[in-house]
Design a protein around this ligand. Structure first.
Ligand SMILES: NC(=O)c1ccc[n+]([C@@H]2O[C@H](COP(=O)([O-])OP(=O)(O)OC[C@H]3O[C@@H](n4cnc5c(N)ncnc54)[C@H](O)[C@@H]3O)[C@@H](O)[C@H]2O)c1
Ligand SMILES: [Zn+2]
Ligand SMILES: [Zn+2]
Length: 370
């Protein structure tokens, strides 16, 4: 069938919205009509050439939609089901999935290759095979994905916010809750308030943090963070130093979460300086592959017993956590509507990313009209 998608043919170039030819779903695959897709910074890392991804590829790894066709072997999903795409697949069988750490699923090895888990490509354009970013490729009207990349959700959750449950919300929320292990009464500093950081703030709030310091050079971002639960704000890590010293009587933060759009090596030491003795510093933001080395003061790192913790997906298990986060939204405990600053059509994707880079959006969301 014919469809439309935003393709990256070459790094450093804009997304190209064009017609694609889509094959029907094969074994354990489904065809999904994509209603909404979130614009995460990670797609822009790929566009900018900050890391490896096989090209050409259809971009997008946050999305929500409706199943239109199921391939052979699909047992627990049906046409008409509402689903959220998970940017990491969960096979359910590998040692990571079996031990409740499906964010580390061995299927992750296929992530940047663009081809299907079972091999081959379902999308084609200009006579060439086209991959799908994160095995999903949500910057399109329709996509064919493996069943391990989608999670069924209740139909009352609007697509515009449901799409954020596939990356931004769990990654940020889990960075505070699962990796930072925020405890009631603690002080948390979140550095970088985009779609990920906004949810790190919410995770800290739900875990009972007493002080939540939101750090971002853009005033609009820190203003939004206050709506989501930040108690204090600062324009830079330098400015946050004095503030955190004041509110903790010199102890510093129990937990730091770094969700900066483009992390650079020099940022790690000032980030670690914001956390207390015995504190946990969570690194969620991504660096460019050409600038991913950091220098640390090792003596104080040991003697102050600090932890620097990397994370992918905030340690979330998509099958358990996506429905759980949807329930928290339904009961008013998790704010999702406030995360969507502006919606765009698929044709406006490059405008949407320009707005993200200019600091205008917490999240921009592409909404397809059918
Ligand atoms: N580890 C994972 O699993 C995972 C998943 C998704 C996204 N990410 C990464 O998380 C990062 C954030 O993604 P996003 O979509 O929220 O990006 P975003 O661009 O929407 O937000 C990043 C924010 O960082 C702020 N910022 C930039 N420099 C700063 C500085 N020096 N101090 C404080 N704030 C600063 C920007 O103003 C912006 O508000 C990206 O690197 C993305 O690739 C990681
Ligand atoms: Zn993402
Ligand atoms: Zn697995």
């Amino acid at each position: 069938m014919k469809s439309k998608a935003a393709i990256l043919w070459e790094t450093g170039r804009p997304w190209s919205v064009e017609e694609i030819e889509l094959d029907p779903p094969q074994q354990n695959e489904v065809l999904v009509r994509i209603e909404a897709a979130g614009m995460c910074h990670s797609d822009d890392h790929v566009r900018a050439g900050d890391g490896y991804a096989a090209l050409p590829t259809i971009g997008g790894h946050e999305g929500a939609g409706v199943i239109e066709q199921v391939g052979p072997g699909i047992e627990h999903l049906a046409v008409g089901d509402h689903v959220v795409f998970s940017f990491l697949p969960a096979c359910g069988r590998c040692r990571w999935c079996a031990s409740g750490r499906s964010n580390l699923c061995d299927y992750g090895q296929f992530l940047m290759e663009g081809s299907m888990i079972s091999g081959g490509y379902r999308a084609h354009a200009r006579g060439k095979d086209v991959g799908t970013l994160s095995l999903v490729g949500t910057f399109s009207e329709r996509t064919v994905v493996h069943e391990t990349s989608i999670v069924k959700i209740d139909q009352d959750i609007p697509f515009e916010v449901a799409c954020l449950l596939g990356c931004g919300v769990p990654t940020g929320w889990g960075s505070s809750v699962n990796i930072g292990k925020v405890q009631p009464g603690e002080t948390v500093v979140v550095v970088g308030i985009g779609g990920i950081g906004a949810n790190a703030v919410q995770g800290a709030r739900l875990a009972g943090a007493q002080n939540i310091v939101a750090v971002d050079p853009v005033a609009f971002k820190t203003d939004q963070a206050k709506i989501l639960g930040a108690t204090h704000t600062a324009a830079s890590m330098e400015e946050a130093m004095g503030l955190v010293q004041d509110i903790t009587r010199g102890v510093m933060a129990d937990v730091g979460v770094n969700t900066i759009g483009v992390v650079e090596g020099w940022m790690i030491q000032p980030f670690l300086d914001l956390v207390s003795k015995g504190g946990r510093a969570v690194l969620t933001g991504m660096a460019r592959n050409v600038d991913d080395k950091a220098t640390l003061g090792l003596q104080m790192f040991s003697l102050f017993e600090k932890s620097l913790l990397g994370t992918v997906y905030g340690g979330c298990n998509p099958r358990a956590d996506i429905p759980r986060l949807a329930d928290l939204y339904r009961t008013g405990k998790l704010q999702l509507d406030e995360l969507v600053t502006r919606t765009y059509s698929l044709d406006q994707i490059n405008e949407g990313y320009a707005d993200m880079l200019a600091g205008k959006n917490i999240r921009g969301v592409i909404v397809n009209q059918f």
